[in-house]
Design a protein around this ligand. Structure first.
Ligand SMILES: *Cc1c(COP(=O)(O)O)cnc(C)c1O
Length: 374
């Protein structure tokens, strides 16, 4: 049986990826020069397909970086002189904050209690001098979604502050309203079902202006990947460094495929699959979803409290060629996390649930509890 990856990233490849890799090899894409017309055409195609798929307005520029952690670092370097503000509700939002601090900025933040939502935005104090507000749309470590209405409220309250949203593990499921944000970024190994090693950093004119104003003040905005170097090459359909042309090519192809299926259909499917997963675990005798508040439950990366069963369950699933993520950080031996990306079909999710059901039966029998339940 073929292995299935419900891991949070890298994850299962989108079904058309092997075919596109073969085409890329047979047309020598890994060998072509990144200064050639052929590369420029690939770049142009990927950018335009991505813009169409995600409805990205023309005042946004699309840059490629090596990872989303790199994108976080570039955003801080290019958009913050001194003060950033971070909504922290897990390891990835915390990382954004830490990067700002490591770059010797003065980040501030609001940390939500573990597994819970943020309070109403009106009650969170954000200083007037903050230059950038950072939000994680889907906090992969804790499985919490940041509601779109809250992003709208933040924009209305702070119309002049740059807003960056990390959409790494929710794109293309999340429907980004580009009029409410200035910057977003994601890696391709999560929702796009591609190999890791490429991040897409999408920034508007206002973010580029901020970067220029920092350079004029002799503040370092980085070197080859500062916004002006990225922009200079972007308009020529190139990248400053020798890029992962294969990854850029594959992203364009998967964007085409997703458009064929229609993003709306993909989103509805993700919701259906998520509902199946949550309803199974909401009624489970041994396990429960980590997030209790249904309003903020992630649809794409779902942590389940599995307690002492965590390691045996993961082992059991591996024996059945099914791979899930363990819990993040301190939850490593307490949770499993299940990814629900466009690459995962309804049948895949059914297979996983069925296997977990089998594990549950075996373990209840071993404990002599099965009769009790019946
Ligand atoms: C995975 C992830 C990242 C980091 O992505 P890399 O490609 O590993 O740098 C950042 N933010 C979120 C929400 C993630 O899920």
């Amino acid at each position: 049986m073929k292995k299935m990856y419900f891991t949070c990233g890298p994850s299962q490849l989108f079904k058309t990826v092997p075919k596109h890799i073969l085409t890329a090899l047979s047309t020598d894409i890994p060998s072509i020069s990144h200064r050639s017309i052929l590369f420029q055409q690939i770049h142009e195609h990927t950018v335009s397909s991505l813009k169409k798929l995600l409805n990205i307005p023309s005042n946004f520029h699309i840059f490629f970086t090596g990872s989303s952690l790199e994108s976080m670092e570039r955003i801080i370097q290019n958009c913050v002189h001194t003060y950033s503000f971070h909504f922290i509700n897990g390891a990835f939002s915390k990382k954004f904050y830490t990067i700002a601090s490591e770059l010797h900025k003065k980040p501030n933040g609001y940390t939500a209690p573990l597994g819970q939502s943020f309070p109403a935005i009106e009650t969170i104090k954000i200083n007037k001098n903050v230059e950038l507000i950072c939000i994680t749309k889907n906090e992969t470590s804790t499985g919490i979604e940041f509601p779109d209405e809250e992003i709208r409220k933040i924009r209305n309250r702070y119309p002049h502050v740059l807003i960056a949203i990390d959409t790494v593990s929710s794109v293309p499921y999340c429907n980004i309203d580009f009029s409410k944000i200035d910057i977003t970024f994601f890696s391709v190994q999560k929702g796009f079902g591609l190999p890791a090693g490429l991040s897409v950093l999408i920034v508007n004119d206002k973010a580029i202006e901020k970067s220029l104003s920092l350079s004029q003040k002799k503040i370092s905005t980085g070197s080859y990947h500062n916004f002006s170097s990225l922009e200079e090459k972007y308009i020529k359909h190139q990248t400053p460094e020798t890029p992962n042309a294969l990854a850029i090519y594959l992203l364009g192809k998967v964007c085409d495929d997703l458009q064929q299926i229609k993003l709306d259909t993909i989103r509805k499917n993700i919701e259906k699959k998520a509902a199946m997963i949550y309803s199974y675990f909401d009624n489970h005798i041994l396990f429960q979803p980590f997030i209790k508040n249904v309003q903020i439950r992630s649809k794409t990366t779902i942590p389940i409290i599995t307690g002492k069963h965590t390691l045996p369950l993961i082992q059991y699933l591996i024996k059945n060629n099914l791979y899930v993520s363990s819990g993040y950080g301190n939850f490593k031996e307490e949770h499993i996390r299940i990814a629900n990306f466009p690459a995962h079909s309804m049948t895949n999710i059914n297979t996983l649930i069925h296997a977990i059901q089998e594990y549950t039966k075996i373990s209840l029998c071993e404990d002599g509890r099965l009769e009790k339940k019946q």
